[in-house]
Design a protein around this ligand. Structure first.
Ligand code: ADE
Ligand code: ZN
Length: 335
């Protein structure tokens, strides 16, 4: 097993991590206290409670987990609180040796910002700017649509963001529960094409709660440049060939997939199969606070379970940088 200190020292990027799922216990307790709000679960089981719906009837691990994110982010009321969360996020990424992050942020979780979404992103950018001044890692944001939202609200969000242009927003994304909404290609095609015209990059959660058809849909109709998760592409060999030939990177998050019940264990997770097939896979945490992990822990566990040696981890670090939406200058410095 490659040790975590060696992994921390490796310059790398993280391309699939949600700001919402990265708020730490201290962040959440501080926000709850400031808001005078009760915790949904006792403090010592706060994150354990978040995914406890797995397997109970209509409630899935993912849906109870998404509601937990609504609770935590719903406590954030002021730009200072948002900037401070962003700054602390950059500090944690830096501590893992992550030099650049594409952080996914879905404004739907931030209930007090519905009418002022650009201001929320501007507040995060202030925190990331302050982090840069202090020598911490670079972080940009991917503004994310919820799977279930309407075509018109998706288009309006892209219009607002691209007209007001808060700093550091580099991409449009989709996350949320694929089960609850069916295919999004037609509903979101207009929002994605507007984003493309206005210079945003494109990444889509697919092939997690949907099968390979979700991945194909994102490539064909939304012109996704990267797929978040994407692992269920493995069920369709022609699609695996397409991902390899077009070198579409996958933002894979094995711990999240196992925690949310997609695969019973890391041993049977398709990461290694996809990598051996020549797909540009990256290894990410998704929601590290809720999952109780860090990137170096997950890379170290991967090295042990999947037999990745140091040269393969170096290669994984290079892929993380080329798969990211970092600008050319930073990319060249990290390679
Ligand atoms: N939002 C945060 N984490 C997510 C995941 N794993 N899938 C979908 N939406 C998410
Ligand atoms: Zn995700």
């Amino acid at each position: 097993r490659v040790d975590e200190a060696w992994i921390r020292a490796l310059p790398k990027a993280e391309v699939h991590i949600h700001l919402e799922g990265s708020l730490g216990l201290a962040d959440l307790l501080g926000l709850a206290k400031a808001a005078g709000a009760q915790l949904p679960f006792p403090a010592d089981r706060l994150f354990g409670g978040a995914t406890a719906g797995a397997g109970d009837g209509a409630e899935t691990g993912l849906s109870s987990f998404l509601r937990f994110l609504d609770w935590g982010c719903g406590l954030v009321a002021t730009p200072e609180q948002a900037s401070s969360l962003a700054y602390r996020f950059a500090a944690r990424q830096t501590a893992s040796g992550i030099r650049y992050t594409d952080a996914i942020v879905n404004p739907g979780h931030w209930g007090q910002w519905t009418d002022r979404v650009p201001a929320l992103f501007a507040a995060f950018a202030d925190g990331f700017d302050e982090a840069r001044v202090d020598g911490l890692a670079e972080v940009n944001t991917c503004v994310s649509l919820s799977r279930g939202q309407s075509a018109s609200s998706a288009r309006e969000l892209v219009e607002q963001i691209t007209e007001s242009r808060p700093p550091r927003v580099v991409a449009l994304s989709i996350d949320g529960d694929e089960h609850r909404s069916g295919p999004v290609s037609h509903r979101f095609a207009e929002a994605f094409s507007l984003a493309r015209d206005r210079g945003l990059r494109r990444t889509v959660h697919a092939g997690e709660s949907s099968g390979p058809e979700g991945v194909r849909d994102a490539l064909d109709h939304l012109h996704a440049e990267r797929i978040d998760h994407g692992i269920r592409a493995v069920e369709d060999p022609a699609l695996v060939g397409r991902l390899r030939d077009q070198q579409i990177p996958l933002g894979v998050c094995p711990r999240s997939n196992v925690a949310l019940g997609l695969y019973p264990s890391w041993e049977v997770h398709p990461f290694r199969h996809l990598r051996q097939a020549g797909v540009a896979v990256t290894l990410n945490t998704d929601d590290p606070a809720v999952l109780g992990t860090s990137l170096e822990t997950d890379w170290s566990v991967s090295s042990q379970i999947w037999g990745l040696d140091r040269s393969e981890l170096r290669d994984l670090a290079r892929t993380s940088v080329t798969a990211s939406f970092a600008d050319d200058d930073l990319t060249n410095r990290l390679l």
